[in-house]
Design a protein around this ligand. Structure first.
Ligand SMILES: Cc1cc2nc3c(=O)[nH]c(=O)nc-3n(C[C@H](O)[C@H](O)[C@H](O)COP(=O)(O)OP(=O)(O)OC[C@H]3O[C@@H](n4cnc5c(N)ncnc54)[C@H](O)[C@@H]3O)c2cc1C
Ligand code: FES
Length: 283
């Protein structure tokens, strides 16, 4: 049975700051009882407040930034768990379980450009992903700034969270909205096609995507059609986060390397999967 990562721990933590972000989000800054080593982008933590405001089951969140001793989380308020975390004040005690999951693959500069597709709050794992790609990962050659493009889409401008922070990373950032309130009117795949038609992004690319399930289904289909290497960071509903409850199944691709079993566990085998491993189609 796949096990949680060996570096995962149940830690006590404390909120040190909460800033509003976008129409319905916050950036929650947390310190843990002991400092954590540098974390790979797209790994995640299960978080809850220690008091009765949070539901008993902690909720999963990607690490957005790691700044010294602080972990930053970019949260969209969805229901009780996220509302409780967004209502933290400095000093609120937290349970912080992690780091969990695998994180992005090695984002190197040795192949076609990386096109990162973020949808709404699915932006969270990309900030550190861009930083780490530029710095070099796993001993691979660092990506040059022109080898990374971040395409960020949302329903409207107010749901493009912390856009300015991405724009300050020094890579190409382009945005789109469903209602046309910012950037191209349309979705991230339409934005990609638009920039490819204009010759601003080459025909051969490597894709990373995180966002709503319907967006990821469309990205998966597009990657298969174009034969692009593509990894998806999935935000399935989770129960335990550590491989016990079977609450996070992701259908495997029968002909893929995980095809000997019908489902993978998103929490311990993901949350990042290659489209060679899993399929969201028909999920
Ligand atoms: C690996 C991973 C990383 C994540 N990273 C982030 C992050 O960085 N920032 C962030 O804001 N969220 C992230 N999420 C999603 C986050 O965990 C959920 O939004 C959260 O669990 C909702 O809890 P809640 O108690 O507020 O809402 P609930 O009361 O549990 O649900 C409220 C509503 O939201 C819906 N909902 C709940 N979870 C999800 C989900 N995963 N996808 C779509 N709809 C959902 C429910 O169906 C319901 O309609 C991540 C999820 C995973 C698995
Ligand atoms: S969330 Fe429990 S097995 Fe994945």
């Amino acid at each position: 049975m796949p096990a949680p990562p060996s570096d995962a721990r149940s830690l006590s933590g404390e909120a040190v700051g909460v800033e509003r972000c976008g129409d319905d989000g916050v950036i929650l800054r947390v310190v843990t009882e002991r400092p954590l080593p540098p974390l790979r982008a797209a790994r995640f933590f299960m978080l809850r407040r220690d008091d009765a405001l949070s539901p008993a089951i902690p909720r999963p969140f990607s690490v957005y930034r790691q700044v010294g001793r602080e972990l930053h989380f970019l949260l969209k308020v969805m229901g009780r768990g996220t509302a409780a975390l967004a209502a933290c004040v400095p000093g609120t005690k937290l349970r912080v379980i992690g780091p969990l999951g695998n994180g992005w693959p090695t984002l190197d500069g040795a192949g076609p450009p990386w096109v990162m597709l973020g949808g709404g709050i699915g932006s969270a794992p990309f900030y550190m992903g861009i930083e780490q790609a530029l710095a070099g990962m796993d001993g691979g050659p660092p990506a040059k700034a022109e080898q990374i493009v971040y395409l960020y889409g949302a329903a409207r401008r107010g749901l493009l969270y912390d856009l300015e922070a991405f724009q300050s990373l020094g890579v190409r950032v382009a945005a789109c909205t469903d209602d046309g309130s910012f950037g191209l009117k349309g979705n991230v795949l339409q934005l990609l096609a638009h920039l490819q038609r204009r010759g601003e992004i080459p025909e051969r690319v490597r894709l990373l995507a995180c966002g709503p399930e319907r967006m990821l289904e469309a990205v998966e289909a597009h990657a298969r059609e174009k034969r692009y290497p593509c990894w998806l960071s999935l935000e399935t509903v989770m129960g335990c986060g550590v491989g016990i409850c079977n609450g996070c199944p992701v259908p495997t691709l029968p002909e893929g390397p995980r095809g000997s079993w019908p489902n993978a566990k998103c929490c311990v085998e993901g949350p990042v999967f290659s489209v060679d491993e899993v399929t969201l189609a028909g999920h």
